[in-house]
Ligand binder design. Structure first.
Ligand SMILES: [Zn+2]
Length: 279
C-alpha cells in the first residue's frame, strides 16, 4: 500500500507532466472509482479546467484546478498510467484480456493520465473546496511538512492513550504513515508499539520524531531512484525491502540485537517488532 514516500514520489513525477495543463476531457470507465460521487459529476466538474498545482497531503494526491480540486487516493494498490494520446488510451485500456486496466482518464493536449485500481478501492473525487472532502479536512499534520515539529508531536502524543502503533496510523493526528513506515519508525526509535502514546518521556518522543523523519526521507530517496514510470502499467517501486528493518521480517533476526522479530495483531493489522530492544 502506498504511504507518504510513495505518494510523494508519484506527485514529483506527475507534476512536470500535468501542471499547467488543461483537462480536455474526462473518461470514466469504471464509475465505482468515483463513488460516492457520480461519473457525470467528475466529467462536468473537470472538463475544461486547468491544473494549477499538483500537491500531496498525507496519502492524497491533489490536482488543484483553476476552480476546485481533484483528489486521488490509491488505497491498497491504485496507481497512475500515462498514454501518449487518446488513441493509445482507447486502443489499450480495458479492451481485452491483458489490456491495461484504467478506471478514470484525464486527457490533455500532450498526453493522457489514467488512474487504475483493478481492485477498485482507490478513489478519484472532485471538490469545490478542500473543506468539502471529509478525508482531507480531517487530516492531521503532514509528516513531511515543516509543521511536523517535535513540540507539536509531543502535544499530540500527550493527548492520546492509544498504543503507539495505532496512534501513528491515525491520519487525523500525523498524516502519511501507514503500516510499514510506522513499524519501521518504532524500531528505529527502539519503542514498543504497544506502549500508550501519552506514556512517552520527552527523550523518547524526540527519538520517535527523529525516526519518523529519517525513515520517510530514506524511503522517499529510494522511491525516487528510479522514479515512477507511468508508461509501464506494471511498474512498482523497487528496492524498498532493502531499507526495511522489521516489516515483513517475522522470525528473522533483529538487525540490532539478533532476537527474532515478532509479529502481533494490532487494530486488525500486523505489527512487526523486536521484543528485546523495543521498550
Ligand atoms: Zn532487537
Amino acid at each position: 500500500m502506498p504511504e507518504l514516500p510513495e505518494v510523494e514520489a508519484v506527485v514529483r513525477t506527475l507534476r512536470p507532466l500535468v501542471q499547467g495543463q488543461k483537462i480536455r476531457c474526462v473518461h470514466v470507465f469504471h464509475p465505482i472509482a468515483v463513488k460516492p460521487q457520480s461519473a457525470s459529476h467528475l466529467v462536468q466538474f473537470a472538463t475544461g479546467r486547468r491544473i494549477q498545482q499538483v500537491d500531496r497531503r498525507g496519502k492524497y494526491v491533489l490536482l488543484v484546478l483553476d476552480r476546485g480540486l481533484i483528489t486521488l487516493h490509491f488505497r491498497l494498490d491504485g496507481q497512475l498510467v500515462w498514454f501518449s494520446d487518446a488513441a493509445e488510451l482507447l486502443g489499450r485500456a480495458n479492451v481485452r484480456e491483458n489490456s491495461v486496466h484504467v478506471d478514470v482518464a484525464f486527457e490533455f493536449a500532450k498526453g493522457v493520465l489514467g488512474f487504475a485500481d483493478p481492485r477498485h478501492f482507490g478513489r478519484v473525487h472532485a471538490w469545490e473546496s478542500p473543506k468539502d472532502s471529509s478525508g482531507l479536512a480531517s487530516l492531521g499534520i503532514d509528516a513531511l511538512s515543516k509543521d511536523f515539529t517535535i513540540a507539536r508531536f509531543r502535544e499530540l502524543l500527550a493527548a492520546s492513550v492509544r498504543p503507539l502503533k495505532d496512534f501513528l496510523l491515525d491520519q487525523t493526528r500525523v498524516a502519511g504513515l501507514g503500516n510499514i513506515y510506522s513499524c519501521e519508525s518504532l524500531w528505529h526509535a527502539r519503542l514498543d508499539p504497544r506502549r500508550r502514546a501519552k506514556s512517552l518521556k520527552p527523550e523518547e518522543a524526540r527519538r520517535l520524531h527523529k525516526a519518523i523523519v529519517s525513515v520517510l526521507a530514506r524511503a522517499l530517496e529510494c522511491c525516487l531512484h528510479p522514479a515512477p514510470d507511468f508508461r509501464d502499467s506494471q511498474w512498482w517501486f523497487q528496492g524498498l525491502e532493502k531499507i526495511l528493518r522489521t516489516y515483513g521480517r517475522e522470525g528473522e533476526p533483529c538487525r540490532r540485537c539478533g532476537t527474532a522479530i515478532q509479529r502481533i495483531e494490532q487494530g486488525g493489522r500486523s505489527t512487526y517488532f523486536c521484543r528485546r530492544c523495543q521498550k
